[in-house]
Design a protein. Structure first.
Length: 144
């Protein structure tokens, strides 16, 4: 074999992406790899690379689809989060309004209790006054 129709096993290993030991096994007795063998092996390597590339493209397409789904889910969840925050604020305002109304109601109930107490005292006083008038005690006291 002449130098033009073969290359050293070390170079062939680099070109084919194989180990030097494997390249030496493919080499002839002179330690060089015939170009015909290199072309045959590189065709196999190119075919393997093409298959790997096709698989990588399929995987990239699948991942791109998943990414679109994740982004769509993310947008949906962000919208739901904004709605949740708005709803929480609305409910907080409603709770504060209800709390203020409850405090106002409590104050009114306390006033009603005081007024009821005053009315009861007034009724007792009027009853006592009527009883005293009935006895004529007041008129005697007032005549003094």
């Amino acid at each position: 074999m002449s130098g033009e129709t073969s290359i050293p096993a070390a170079e062939a290993a680099l070109l084919l992406g194989i180990g030097e030991d494997e390249a030496r096994e493919l080499a002839g007795p002179d330690g060089n790899l015939p170009l015909e063998t290199l072309l045959r092996r590189s065709g196999t390597t190119v075919l393997e690379l093409a298959r790997d590339l096709a698989r990588a493209r399929e995987e990239a397409g699948r991942l791109a689809g998943q990414l679109r789904e994740v982004r769509a889910t993310n947008v949906r969840l962000q919208g739901e989060l904004k709605e949740g925050i708005w709803e929480r604020r609305r409910l907080t305002e409603e709770v504060l309004e209800l709390r203020a109304a409850a405090e106002e109601r409590l104050m009114l109930m306390e006033r009603i209790e005081r007024i009821t107490g005053i009315e009861n005292d007034l009724a007792e006083s009027e009853a006592e006054l009527a009883r005293l008038r009935g006895r004529g005690l007041i008129s005697r006291l007032l005549d003094l």
